[in-house]
Design a protein around this ligand. Structure first.
Ligand code: GH3
Ligand code: MG
Length: 308
């Protein structure tokens, strides 16, 4: 992921909405002369349809139009999630401060009065396209950062930190609504160090990914599933009684051990289960699951144990 915002490179599409043909043509020619792609619409309704069906990169909008006026077009575009981020520049003969204020309050980014100067229009168009392209890049990078911060890079599932925050949310809600208990399952691959030692770290990583897939297939949409540590995973299963959680853990255990994972051979995991009793904090619950997991290891591995 690059960290520096890049200058926009593709030729932008600009929609001009103006009922005066001479304005449409003049503005269009100025913009085409600067290598923009231009669409021209002579009425409010046509401008609106054009903007919604194929959102342009920027709109130059006249205020006084024969059907829907520019303010209303702007309002409507700002309410539509598909068009709300398109920068709108009003181009109007209205030179009254009240009109300008209204234009900005309806969501326009700029206001140019007629008669306009070509160089000024081009400069304003360029700066708003640039700002908007940077804003889009920032949003994308923020989403990417959010994803990196909340998921485990190897397996793509939640990491420990985001699991804890989602689980805390579940716990608080279950307490508030006196919902039936939820189960926490901790599992740890057995003798995983041997796999790394015998086949190398890359094969070890592949085993982790395959185990993740097998677990994921056995879970419901509502279950939280995360990588808790190196070869340790955690599951929170909402509204699950003790027997249900033990049953689920055993099904997952069988799905891991059932079919060999080439070239490592049979891989097994040990499971510890704990069910929340209302009022208990998350740390306490996970600690109980961890004790149960130790019980499973001590009792010979490849099995499920639970703690009250
Ligand atoms: P036990 O049955 O008692 O759990 O034994 P174990 O060998 O699984 O447990 P131990 O804690 O001794 O070893 C875990 C190993 O997992 C050690 C560590 O190098 C390895 N490991 C942790 N994270 C990763 C990873 O992301 N990739 C790989 N390949 N190995 C990892
Ligand atoms: Mg282990």
């Amino acid at each position: 992921m690059t960290t520096i915002l890049e200058e926009p490179t593709t030729a932008a599409t600009i929609l001009i909405v103006d009922d005066a043909p001479e304005n449409l043509n003049l503005l269009g020619r100025i913009l085409e002369g600067a290598d923009y792609r231009v669409r021209r619409q002579p009425t409010g309704r046509m401008g609106l349809t054009s903007a919604v069906t194929s959102p342009p990169d920027l709109i130059l909008l006249d205020i006084r139009l024969p059907d829907i006026d520019g303010f209303e077009i702007c309002d409507r575009l700002k309410q539509n999630p598909d068009t709300k981020d398109i920068p709108i520049i009003f181009i109007s003969a209205l030179n009254d401060a009240g009109d300008k204020v209204r234009a900005f309050s309806s969501g326009a980014v700029d206001y140019v009065t007629k008669p306009f100067q070509a160089a000024e229009v081009l400069a304003r168009v360029a700066i708003h396209l640039r700002h908007n392209a940077f804003r889009q890049q920032l949003e994308m990078k923020n989403r990417e950062l959010e994803r990196l911060a909340t998921t485990d890079p190897l397996t793509g599932i939640l990491n420990r930190r985001s699991f804890t925050s989602y689980a805390e949310h579940y716990r608080a809600r279950a307490d508030r609504y006196h919902q039936s208990g939820f189960g926490v399952i901790l599992l740890d691959i057995d003798k995983f160090k041997r796999i790394n030692d015998a086949f190398g770290h890359d094969i070890g990583d592949r085993v982790l990914v395959e185990v993740t897939e097998r677990i994921r297939h056995g879970l419901r949409e509502v279950d939280l599933f995360a990588r808790w540590g190196g070869e340790e995973f955690i599951i929170l299963s909402p509204e699950t009684p003790q027997e249900g959680a033990i049953h689920l853990a055993d099904r997952l255990r069988r799905s891991i051990a059932g079919e060999e994972i080439a070239p490592a051979g049979q891989v097994t995991a040990s499971f510890g289960v704990a069910i929340s009793h209302g009022g208990e904090d998350l740390d306490g619950l996970i600690r109980r699951a961890d004790f149960a997991l130790l019980d499973a290891k001590e009792a010979g591995r490849n099995q499920v144990q639970s703690r009250e």
